[in-house]
Design a protein around this ligand. Structure first.
Ligand SMILES: [Zn+2]
Length: 417
């Protein structure tokens, strides 16, 4: 399995994935940097500006229709106006019709999302006009006139634009989105790929994510955290200090800042690589994968300072927690669970999240509850049945059991029993 960081293959939102799963198809996006020459770049920007203008005009029309006439304008009504717009503003003839239709579809989607959220009782912000910095892409919603080679992409109404195809595109290209991010331009291709279902595995696994080991598995094995961040951190710290010594606005400061960013990037990429490999292993081997439903975001929050009766602040282990926080963010649990989740989905495997209730106190062998364990207690020695297990292995076994209970409950519900 090979993953490339610069051009991550990522699933579209869950909704999109579901929507496109018809015949075991799944949408993957491939994003490549493109290198337009000056003329082309100016034209890309020009198209982007026209699209944004159209977007804002369409939004305004809908807003006013609703405000003054309590009327909702549909996508098709707006689409039918496109020929008239081209009469009044002939420059719009230089932009592909499908690209313009896609702009109106974006407006339509914004409105649908807005109304959907209103319906379920939320209070979403009213759809907003898009400024130059927010509206940063336009889309070819089909492949008519679009071609990709190892060195170029042929865009309708533009011709060839240089591109670096770092990894082959799998599947069938469905759409191409041109994006302006910072100084750079990108082409993102949404492709429909046939998912390769892995043969059914009969091995299920419970996984306890932790600090001592990145993960403890219910089969007694562990995945260890490489702690790249700790190693990379030293380098980062040195570079940060070097940066702080440089004069503001100086050339050297700029250079130092780039080195800091580079160190950050390296740590991030190493971590992602580790998580990709570990999640791939898990999904390849197991049919049902059970995790604790951890609210990592809550765990990473800073602890609130505690006060005693006299209003004096008590030491609350904030510094120890900060260390724990670092390990948690460092370990990338959330990212790991996400990766397992989408790899499992495309391989026809299932992932279950269970309530992390007392998973370390309960004995996985006799199911009786024992005393609370300190973080330092690494071994589970059952006071009821006497079994001796690694603390995290015991937790992983409990997680697996909870997952099986949840799964059979779901099965019973599905049968309507
Ligand atoms: Zn026991």
């Amino acid at each position: 399995m090979h993953y490339n960081h610069q051009h991550q293959v990522k699933l579209l939102s869950k909704q999109a994935t579901r929507g496109h799963r018809g015949k075991q198809g799944m949408i993957k996006t491939y994003k490549f940097r493109i290198y337009p020459n000056n003329t082309t770049e100016n034209r890309l920007q020009w198209v982007l500006d026209r699209c944004r203008e159209l977007y804002n005009a369409a939004l305004q029309e809908r807003k006013e229709a609703y405000k003054y006439a309590s009327k909702t304008i549909s996508y098709y009504e707006q689409q039918n106006d496109l020929p008239d717009i081209k009469e009044i503003r002939p420059e719009y003839k230089d932009i592909g019709a499908h690209v313009l239709q896609n702009v109106l579809k974006r407006v339509d989607k914004t409105y649908r999302d807005f109304f959907r959220r209103c319906k379920i009782g939320q209070t979403p912000g009213y759809p907003r006009f898009q400024g130059k910095n927010r509206y940063d892409s336009f889309t070819y919603p089909d492949t008519y006139g679009l071609k990709v080679s190892a060195s170029h992409v042929t865009l309708p109404k533009f011709g060839n634009v240089k591109l670096k195809l770092h990894r082959p595109i799998e599947g069938k290209i469905k759409t191409c989105t041109i994006k302006h991010e910072g100084e750079h331009w990108y082409a993102a291709f949404a492709c429909e790929v046939e998912t390769e279902k892995l043969p059914v595995s009969y091995e299920d696994i419970g996984i306890d994510l932790g600090i001592t080991h990145f993960a403890a598995l219910s089969d007694g094995t562990f995945i260890d955290n490489p702690r790249y961040y700790r190693k990379g951190e030293k380098l980062l710290e040195r570079r940060n200090q070097a940066l702080s010594r440089k004069k503001k606005g100086s050339h050297r400061r700029d250079k130092a800042r780039k080195l800091v960013a580079k160190a950050h990037r390296k740590v991030r990429n190493q971590r992602k690589d580790f998580l990709h490999k570990a999640s791939r292993q898990i999904v390849n081997k197991h049919q049902v994968i059970v995790f604790e439903d951890l609210q990592t975001e809550n765990m990473v929050k800073r602890p609130k300072p505690k006060q005693d009766e006299n209003g004096t602040y008590l030491p609350n282990g904030a510094s120890a927690k900060a260390g724990l926080n670092k390990s948690i963010t460092d370990a990338g649990w959330g990212m790991f669970v996400d990766m397992v989740s989408y790899k499992a989905a495309s391989a026809g495997r299932s992932m279950i999240k269970v309530n992390p209730y007392k998973t370390s106190q309960i004995c996985s062998a006799c199911l009786k509850e024992g005393p609370h364990k300190d973080l330092a207690e690494r071994t589970h020695i059952c006071i009821h049945c006497g079994i001796v297990l690694d603390r995290d292995t015991n937790a992983a076994l409990n997680i697996l059991r909870a997952g099986r209970v949840q799964q059979s409950a779901m099965a019973v519900e599905a049968l309507g029993l």
